[in-house]
Write a protein that binds this ligand. Structure first.
Ligand SMILES: C[S@@+](CC[C@H](N)C(=O)[O-])C[C@H]1O[C@@H](n2cnc3c(N)ncnc32)[C@H](O)[C@@H]1O
Length: 410
């Protein structure tokens, strides 16, 4: 039976939520706060949903693929609303630890600016199809008009399909990660058949035909036509295939500015979870840096970039598992500041060591509001204050939240 409900808020996955139905919350996919909707509850989801009174912040999804594609969750909401919602998600996560802090305006990356994306590619009866997954499904949707990724990445969709034809298994799916480097596209494929001589020849032909900088097939095959370089500060870095890089150049610049500001004046900085040097290399223009990162290959890329960079102070790198073997409070002594950018799990063990050290400033970058708030709380308990927090939205139209923050203690 269809019933009328009013949406109270937006959940973490972008669904509208009716908070109190007497039977627990109800999730209303695609609905926005304040909207009056009708639908039939099935378990905790509202099905046959109809929007009766649209919210003023509801917009026509700008992307032609918004209905089918699962890549974006918030195409139907105005940009300012999404920015404010992401900011509120962070405020609420901090409030859950009794933390309050000045929030800076959200820095949202423009449309068509994503410089790395992973397409799914499948063989079909008539050839192959590459794109993103449909909402909550394994089905691949073609996305030639995607508004998120850079046009150079979209131009690689035919390549992804050709790769599936050449080396995809009949039932499986290729994961084709495409990164836009300063010297051309860097493509890294997983999920394909083992490369034999014929496939190697086809891969070489495809790399040449699409003028790729580099094409990697699985972990063993890499064809480098030009080193795929990324400018980080005054250094050029060639990341290993599939390495982490910030999602948009604008997001990367905003995070770098935030880290530089939060560590301003520091003469020795430890950059933890350093990747290929997104922060370490710009920091090295004015400070000595110790960059610690779990991946040996990324450390080596950072080190090579630094050795060929200009006007940089000393950067030492260490490949180390910071979850199991955090930098200790003693090892941190002598550092004026720490930049830390852990994966989604956060860095509870490492934060405990920073809390016990005499480090006075922390630039905290995070992609998870919950672990961000938990880790900030550990520092605040040790006498830090959160000076400011900024949401850097490199994942517009999605529910993903990226955060930069400055913490300091006297
Ligand atoms: C969010 S990325 C940040 C990278 C870098 N700061 C940047 O902005 O490009 C997190 C980094 O942590 C590294 N990482 C993941 N688990 C780790 C661990 N247990 N110990 C050390 N580094 C780890 C990943 O390889 C990745 O480079």
């Amino acid at each position: 039976m269809s019933t009328t409900y009013t949406i109270d808020r937006l959940g973490h996955l972008g669904d509208g939520i009716v908070a109190d139905t007497g039977n627990g919350p109800l999730f209303a996919p695609g609905a926005l706060p304040g909207e009056e909707v009708t639908g039939s509850p099935r378990s905790d989801v509202l099905t046959d949903l109809r929007i009766v009174t649209p919210a003023p912040v509801r917009v026509r999804p700008p992307c032609p693929h918004a209905k089918a594609c699962g890549g974006c969750q918030l195409q139907h909401a105005a940009e300012d609303f999404v920015a404010e919602w992401k900011r509120d998600v962070v405020v609420a996560a901090l409030a859950a630890h009794d933390l309050e802090t000045p929030m800076r305006p959200v820095a949202t990356s423009p449309a068509r600016s994503r410089r790395r994306a992973t397409f799914s590619a499948r063989r079909t009866k008539s050839g192959a199809l590459a794109g993103f997954h449909q909402k909550k499904s394994d089905t691949v949707v073609a996305v030639p008009g995607c508004l998120v990724v850079h046009p150079d990445l979209l131009a690689a969709l035919p390549l992804a399909e050709a790769l599936a034809v050449a080396g995809g298994s009949r039932k499986g799916e290729l994961s084709v990660s495409v990164t836009r480097s300063d010297t051309g596209l860097d493509v890294s494929v997983t999920g394909g058949k083992p490369a034999d001589a014929a496939l190697r020849t086809t891969l070489a032909d495809l790399a040449r035909h699409h003028d790729l900088a580099r094409l990697s097939w699985g972990v063993d095959e890499t064809l480098e036509r030009r080193p795929p370089r990324h400018r980080l500060g005054t250094a050029d870095v060639v990341p290993p295939p599939g390495a982490f890089l910030q999602a948009t150049p604008q997001g990367e610049a905003a995070l770098q500015d935030a880290v530089l500001e939060a560590t301003d004046g520091a003469r020795r900085v430890a950059d933890l979870f350093a990747g290929c040097g997104t922060f370490a290399l710009p920091l090295a223009a004015r400070a000595e840096v110790l960059a610690v990162e779990g991946s040996r290959e990324m450390c080596a890329a950072l080190d090579r970039g630094w050795r060929h960079g200009t006007g940089l102070r000393h950067v030492s790198t260490a490949a180390r598992d910071l979850f199991r073997d955090s930098l200790t409070a003693e090892e941190l002594s002598g550092f004026d500041a720490v930049a830390i950018d852990p994966p989604r799990a956060g860095a509870a063990a490492q934060m405990a060591q920073i809390a016990a050290s005499d480090v006075a400033r922390v630039a905290h970058v995070s992609c998870n509001p919950q672990t961000f708030a938990r880790d900030c709380a550990a520092l605040v308990r040790a006498g830090f204050r959160i000076d400011w927090v900024q949401v850097v939205d490199q994942f517009r139209w999605s529910t993903h939240v990226e955060i930069a923050a400055a913490l300091s203690r006297a």
